[in-house]
Design a protein around this ligand. Structure first.
Ligand SMILES: Cc1cc2nc3c(=O)[nH]c(=O)nc-3n(C[C@H](O)[C@H](O)[C@H](O)COP(=O)(O)OP(=O)(O)OC[C@H]3O[C@@H](n4cnc5c(N)ncnc54)[C@H](O)[C@@H]3O)c2cc1C
Length: 571
């Protein structure tokens, strides 16, 4: 009975609470408030408590834009902050340890791919390091053909060597000079200042404990008459700048009033010798320059420009898979670049190139310019060094090294890397940089090993002295014994491993915004070509550049060329 009454009271209370919240008109409609005056009273009570404001309804689209805007803002601020931080870190290197006369000295010859990779990886706390190179910068050679046609600014693909060495733990001495002699017996290097301005001293000799020999190679002309005198090389930055100047000279000369049609054809015929990646990339870049810019600014001449690629082997790009070779050949055909395979250059003249065709006939082909991208040979200093070890250094391709990149016959004090060596690997930047990094790691291991050998010797001497000292406690002797054993254990763990090359794939730009790539993939090979590969080519090179500064400069140049085209003015 009690529970029935209490339930009824609770129900009426709940109803009263609900009716206070429901507007009067609704109560009337529902027949809950039957009496009008009752409804008015209710209404007065309800109006004294204003209903909570309805939250404004936001469209999903607006919501999305708001989130996107905020995310973009945060990303831009973070990226700009990170960018600024890295650039300032690159620009303001910290303090370095001074030279330590107790440490061994490494002399590095060269500032190319091998040497720069070594310098980036080397722990300079272990050694005193001296770098000698006639160029005080590193040149990113894969993008050199882009400089030759003005796609990239020459400064964008070089990196001063000091920008790398100033970030090392210990001071590194960078000397702009050309090494002229290496004495492997007395372990010395002689070098000269070969720049235009010379001081009172312009030649000197220094000693080394280890020499890292990375002087690269020079252009192989095969003693073909006229190549040195009339052809334009594609090896150094100056070569690319010269090619750009001469190419524009040919175009401007062809535009000279009164020039005969035959002479115009000659001046506008560009012959590229060498069907390797450099020759192919150069032909592709020349074609782009023609299509994207010259057609616009020299409409009367552009249709007359011809590009011929000459290769002595049966096909271009022999290091790429057959399908990519075919793809390149068909792309070149579309681009109207002539490929002459099984064709040998017999001579280069001022206004022509002499070719031996596949049928052995010899023809003289008039041309405005010959660009030579056909092989490497050892530099004079390399030949001289090899001549000092005539019994072991007999390979005409370059320096013979063992599995640890040690020059054979040099007693373990000279490491040779990159294009100056004769190994089973192709002369590429990939090989040279992996060898440079390998030598740096090995030198670190050797420094650790030397320190442990010294420590073991010291502990053994202490142990021997304690053995003859009556006052030495058994505890002391045991501690020294334990320390000696521990040092020996650590020493035994240090094992120098032979160099192992890991191929990351081959890439080449073939013009018309297309590239080809042969990439190792699951014990096989993945071959691709086209516009997507071209984007991959660009991002791969951008990430391979050594510094943020170079990446920014190269990316900016690409954007500039897309927006404004290449510069056709000539210095
Ligand atoms: C146009 C072009 C495009 C290329 N593209 C690619 C590519 O896409 N992918 C690839 O893997 N490879 C490419 N290569 C090949 C690559 O550049 C070389 O294999 C690589 O540079 C070899 O490195 P290195 O350290 O042995 O020699 P280098 O990089 O040539 O460096 C040699 C260094 O030694 C210095 N030197 C010269 N003489 C002396 C001396 N007497 N004393 C002291 N120093 C000296 C030079 O100034 C230079 O700094 C290209 C090469 C060229 C020319």
């Amino acid at each position: 009975m009690h529970s029935i009454r209490s339930r009824a009271i609770a129900r009426s209370l709940t109803q009263a609470r609900i009716s206070a919240r429901i507007p009067t008109r609704a109560l009337v409609r529902r027949g809950i408030a039957t009496n009008t005056s009752e409804a008015v009273t209710e209404s007065t009570t309800a109006s004294s408590i204003p209903p909570p404001p309805q939250p404004p309804r936001q469209s999903k689209w607006r919501n999305f834009l708001q989130i996107l805007g905020r995310t973009t803002l945060i990303t831009v601020v973070l990226a700009a902050g990170g960018f600024y931080y890295v650039t300032q870190k690159e620009r303001h290197p910290g303090a370095q340890m001074p030279f330590d006369p107790e440490k061994k000295t490494i002399v590095v010859l060269g500032s190319g791919w091998g040497a720069t990779s070594l310098l980036s990886t080397l722990d300079t706390a272990d050694y005193n390091v001296v770098v000698i190179s006639p160029k005080n910068f590193f040149l990113f050679t894969p993008l050199l053909p882009s400089v030759a046609v003005g796609t990239l600014n020459p400064r964008s693909i070089i990196q001063p060597t000091r920008y790398i060495t100033r970030h090392k733990a210990r001071q590194v001495s960078v000397i702009e000079a050309e090494a002229t002699d290496v004495d492997p017996v007395n372990k010395t290097v002689t070098f000269i200042d070969n720049s235009d301005i010379k001081g009172a001293v312009s030649s000197t000799t220094i000693s080394y404990d280890y020499l890292v020999y990375g002087v690269g190679a020079e252009v192989q002309t095969f003693n073909i008459p006229g190549v040195k005198e009339h052809a334009c090389f594609m090896k150094e930055l100056a070569d690319a700048e010269r090619m750009q100047r001469e190419f524009m000279d040919c175009v401007e000369t062809a535009a000279f009033p009164g020039q005969e049609a035959k002479e115009i054809d000659r001046l506008l015929h560009m012959v590229v010798v060498g069907g390797g990646p450099t020759g192919v990339e150069l032909s592709g870049e020349l074609h782009d320059f023609l299509e994207d810019d010259l057609k616009m600014w020299y409409p009367e001449l552009a249709g007359k420009i011809r590009i011929t690629l000459v290769e002595a082997l049966p096909s271009v790009l022999p290091m790429f898979s057959t399908q990519l070779i075919k793809y390149t050949e068909s792309t070149f055909k579309e681009s109207k670049i002539d490929i002459l395979t099984k064709t040998m250059v017999k001579a280069v003249k001022e206004k022509a190139v002499v070719l031996q065709m596949p049928d052995k006939s010899v023809v003289e082909v008039p041309c405005g310019m010959v660009i030579w991208a056909a092989g490497n040979k050892g530099r004079k200093i390399t030949q001289d060094l090899m001549a000092k070890m005539p019994t072991v250094q007999t390979n005409r391709r370059g320096i013979e090294v063992d599995d640890f990149m040690c020059m054979k016959g040099a007693g373990g004090s000279i490491f040779a890397i990159g294009d100056c060596t004769a190994t089973s690997y192709a002369p590429t930047a990939q090989v040279a940089s992996q060898q440079g990094a390998y030598i740096a790691r090995m030198l670190h291991q050797m420094a650790k090993r030397d320190a442990l050998v010294e420590k073991v010797g010291k502990l053994e001497r202490i142990g021997a002295a304690l053995g003859t000292t009556a006052e030495a406690t058994a505890e002391e002797k045991a501690r020294i014994n334990e320390e000696t054993e521990e040092a020996r254990r650590q020493l035994a763990k240090i094992k120098l491993r032979p160099f192992h090359y890991s191929h990351q794939g081959s890439l080449a730009y073939i013009g018309s915004d297309k590239a080809i790539a042969d990439l190792p993939f699951m014990n096989g090979n993945f071959a691709s070509g086209g516009v997507a590969t071209y984007l991959f080519w660009r991002s791969a090179y951008l990430s391979t550049l050594f510094s943020l500064r170079n990446r920014t400069l190269v990316a900016t140049d690409w954007v500039k060329v897309k927006l404004f085209g290449r510069d056709v003015s000539r210095e």
